[in-house]
Design a protein around this ligand. Structure first.
Ligand SMILES: Cc1cc2nc3c(=O)[nH]c(=O)nc-3n(C[C@H](O)[C@H](O)[C@H](O)COP(=O)(O)OP(=O)(O)OC[C@H]3O[C@@H](n4cnc5c(N)ncnc54)[C@H](O)[C@@H]3O)c2cc1C
Length: 572
C-alpha cells in the first residue's frame, strides 16, 4: 500500500484531511455565509466580513518521510500525503484551524493499517528495532493531542497505527449479554453489527460517528448517558492488547476481587502501554420504552439544584443535561431567559413514565416548568425491540434540530451532528472550543464561578470579546461534570496562540478549585502539565515503573501520561 491512499471508513468517501467528517460534507461558501450572519446575530460581536477557505490537500506540502516500512510490512503501510496529513492531528479547535491553513508541523512518516494482532506485533517489533515512535490511532477524534506526532527527540521517525481495518464484532454471547469487538470499530459499525443479533451498545460520546472502541477504552470515554452506565469502563468485561512484552489478555469475568484489575491499567492508558486490539463488552437490548421532556428552569443555579436532587434520589435518567440560558439560546432554540433541562428515561423492558414523573416533582421543587411529555410505551415491547434490532441498529434516530420542546431522541440526534458545525468556525474567524472538568457538589458553585470568571477574563483580554456558556453534561450523586464552550473572535493566524492563553487560565482555575483537568477528554499532550500536578507522586512512580516494564524502549505514544522525563529511557 506504501504511497497509495488510505482505507476510508465508507467506500468511495474520504475523510477530510483537516475537518470533522467526509470531504463531501464540508460546508459550501454559501452555507458559511449564512452561518456567519446567524452566529454574529446570536453572539453579539462582529465576525470578519470575509470567508477564508481551507488549503486543499493538493496544496499541502509535507517533508519526505524519514523512514520507509520494511518489505514485509509495506503492504499494510502508506506514505501518501493524504494519509500522513490526516493522521497528523486530532480534532481539537487548534488541530482544525492549523490543518485548515495547510500547516502540518509534525506528521507521521508512515501510516500503518494492521488487519489483526500479528500485524500489530510486527509493527511494534519494527518500531522497537528501528527506534521509531508508535502512535495508536483509533478515529483520530482526540481533542487533547493524543494522536499528534510530537514525540520529542531521540526517535528516527513516527508510525501512526490506524486500527480502522479491525472493525468487526467477532462473537456475541447471548446468554451473558456480551460481545467480542475489535478495537477499530466505530459507534455506528458496532451497533450495525450488534443489531443483527438483537443487541446494542448504549455508549454515545458526541464523537460516536468516528471514534472507536479502542479509543474509548484508551481514553476512558464518557457516553451520552447522563447517569450510569456512562463511562466505557462500565461496559468492559475483558481487554486484549499487544504490548512490546507480548499479548495482554484479561479473563472474562462479571467482577473479580483478585487484586488490582488488569483492565484498570489499560483503561485510560492512552496508547502508552500497549495497542488494544479487542475487548469483550457488555451489551444491552435496544430500549422499547421511553419518556422525555424539556424542563424550563428560572436560572442555571436552580437547574443545578434540580439535577443534584434527581441524580441523588436514586433515579437513573438516561438524559439529564442542563443547558445554561445562553447555551440554550445558541444550541436549543431557547429564548435566553431560562435554563433548559433535557430529561429522559429509557428501558428495554418496563415503562419509565413513573420515573419521569418522580424526577419532574424534584424539578418542580427547583422552580421547573415543562410542556409536552413524550412517552413511548409499545403494546408489544418484544416486537418493538425486534423492529429496532432488525433496522439500522440502535443509532440515535434522525430528527430536526432541537427546540426547547425537543424530545430526548431529537436532542441526541442533533447533539451528534454538532461536530459538523465546528467545521465552519476556522473559515469564519471564530475561536470555538470546549473545556470540561468534574468536581463534587460541595465545591461546584465555587469552581463554576472561578472557571467562568478566569475563562471570560482571559478571552476578553486576548480576543476583545467572548461568550462562555455552560452545560452540565454528566451528573453523579456526589458531583457533576460541567462542560464549557468558549466562543470569541480570532485574529487570522493567531487563533491557536489566543486559545492557548484562554486554556491555560481555565486549566489553572480548574485545578485551584479542586476539579480534575479532564472528566472525559483524556490527558493527551495538551493536559499533561496539569495532570502531572494533579496525580499523587507515588502513583506517578508506579506508572513510570509499569511503562518501563512493558515498553522498555519507550516506543508507545511518547510524551503522553509518562515519559519525556528522565524516568523512561529514550530508545537505544
Ligand atoms: C466533536 C467531539 C466530541 C467529543 N465528545 C466526546 C464525548 O462525548 N465523550 C468523550 O469521552 N470524548 C469525547 N470526545 C473526545 C474523543 O472523541 C474521545 O477521547 C474518544 O474516546 C477518542 O476515540 P478515538 O477512537 O477517536 O481515539 P483517537 O483519537 O484515535 O486516540 C485517542 C487516544 O487513544 C489512543 N488509542 C486509540 N486507539 C487505541 C488502541 N486501539 N489501543 C491503544 N491506544 C489507543 C491514542 O493513541 C490516543 O492517545 C469528543 C471529541 C470531539 C472531536
Amino acid at each position: 500500500m506504501s504511497g497509495e491512499s488510505s482505507v476510508p471508513h465508507q467506500a468511495g468517501r474520504q475523510r477530510s484531511h483537516w475537518a470533522w467528517g467526509y470531504d463531501d460534507e464540508l460546508p459550501a461558501e454559501g452555507e458559511l455565509r449564512s452561518i456567519a450572519s446567524l452566529m454574529s446575530g446570536l453572539l453579539g460581536f462582529d465576525l470578519p466580513s470575509w470567508i477564508e477557505l481551507p488549503v486543499s490537500l493538493n496544496q499541502v506540502a509535507l517533508p519526505e518521510p524519514g523512514v520507509r516500512p520494511p518489505g514485509a510490512l509495506a503492504a499494510i503501510c502508506s506514505t501518501s500525503t493524504a494519509d500522513r496529513a490526516r493522521h497528523a492531528h486530532g480534532q481539537s479547535y487548534e488541530d482544525l484551524v492549523t490543518a485548515f491553513r495547510g500547516r502540518f508541523d509534525a506528521v507521521p512518516d508512515v501510516v500503518a493499517y494492521p488487519a489483526g494482532d500479528a500485524d500489530v506485533s510486527a509493527l511494534i517489533d519494527w518500531c522497537q528495532s528501528s527506534a521509531l515512535a508508535l502512535i495508536p490511532y483509533g478515529g483520530g477524534t482526540s481533542v487533547s493531542g493524543g494522536v499528534t506526532p510530537l514525540v520529542g527527540g531521540g526517535y528516527a521517525g513516527v508510525v501512526s497505527v490506524d486500527l480502522s481495518r479491525m472493525n468487526r464484532v467477532l462473537e456475541v454471547d447471548g446468554i451473558s449479554g456480551a460481545a467480542l469487538i475489535e478495537a477499530g470499530a466505530t459507534g455506528p459499525e458496532i451497533n450495525r453489527q450488534l443489531a443483527g443479533f438483537g443487541w446494542t451498545l448504549r455508549h454515545f460520546p458526541q464523537s460516536w460517528e468516528f471514534s472507536t472502541l479502542g479509543g474509548w477504552i484508551a481514553t476512558r470515554a464518557g457516553g451520552h448517558y447522563a447517569t450510569g452506565p456512562t463511562r466505557i469502563d462500565d461496559f468492559v468485561e475483558s481487554i486484549r492488547a499487544i504490548t512490546p512484552r507480548g499479548p495482554w489478555e484479561s479473563r472474562r469475568l462479571p467482577g473479580s476481587g483478585a487484586g488490582i484489575s488488569p483492565d484498570r491499567l489499560l483503561l485510560g492508558s492512552e496508547g502508552t502501554l500497549g495497542v488494544i486490539t479487542r475487548a469483550w463488552i457488555r451489551v444491552q437490548r435496544p430500549p422499547a420504552f421511553r419518556a422525555s421532556v424539556t424542563v424550563r428552569l428560572p436560572s442555571f443555579a436552580a437547574g443545578a439544584d434540580a439535577v443534584r436532587a434527581i441524580v441523588s434520589s436514586g433515579l437513573r435518567p438516561a438524559a439529564c443535561r442542563l443547558l445554561d440560558p445562553t447555551e440554550a439560546r445558541l444550541t436549543a432554540g431557547g429564548d435566553g431567559g431560562a435554563a433548559l433541562l433535557v430529561l429522559g428515561f429509557e428501558s428495554a423492558d418496563h415503562p419509565v413514565r413513573v420515573s419521569l414523573d418522580a424526577a419532574l416533582e424534584l424539578a418542580r421543587a427547583a422552580g421547573g416548568r415543562w410542556g409536552e411529555i413524550r412517552v413511548q410505551e409499545p403494546a408489544e415491547p418484544a416486537a418493538a425491540r425486534a423492529a429496532a434490532a432488525s433496522g439500522p441498529g440502535d443509532r440515535p434516530p434522525g430528527g430536526a434540530g432541537p427546540g426547547p420542546d425537543a424530545s430526548g431522541a431529537q436532542w441526541r440526534s442533533a447533539f451528534l451532528r454538532m461536530p459538523y458545525l465546528r467545521n465552519a468556525y476556522p473559515a469564519l474567524g471564530l475561536i470555538a472550543e470546549t473545556l470540561e472538568t468534574a468536581v463534587t457538589w460541595d465545591r461546584f458553585p465555587a469552581l463554576h464561578g472561578a472557571v467562568v470568571g478566569a475563562t471570560s477574563e482571559a478571552a476578553a483580554s486576548i480576543c476583545g470579546a467572548a461568550v462562555v456558556t455552560t452545560r452540565l453534561a454528566f451528573a453523579y450523586p456526589d458531583g457533576v461534570a460541567p462542560y464549557y464552550t468558549v466562543l470569541a473572535p480570532g485574529r487570522p493566524g493567531e487563533e491557536a496562540a489566543q486559545w492557548a492563553v484562554i486554556k491555560r487560565a481555565a486549566s489553572e482555575a480548574i485545578l485551584a478549585a479542586g476539579g480534575t483537568i479532564t472528566h472525559h477528554h483524556a490527558v493527551g499532550r495538551v493536559h499533561r502539565p496539569w495532570y502531572d500536578e494533579q496525580r499523587p507522586e507515588p502513583f506517578a512512580l508506579a506508572l513510570r515503573g509499569a511503562k518501563a516494564a512493558l515498553d522498555p524502549r519507550g516506543v508507545l505514544n511518547p510524551g503522553v501520561l509518562v515519559g519525556r522525563d528522565a524516568q523512561v529511557d529514550p530508545p537505544q
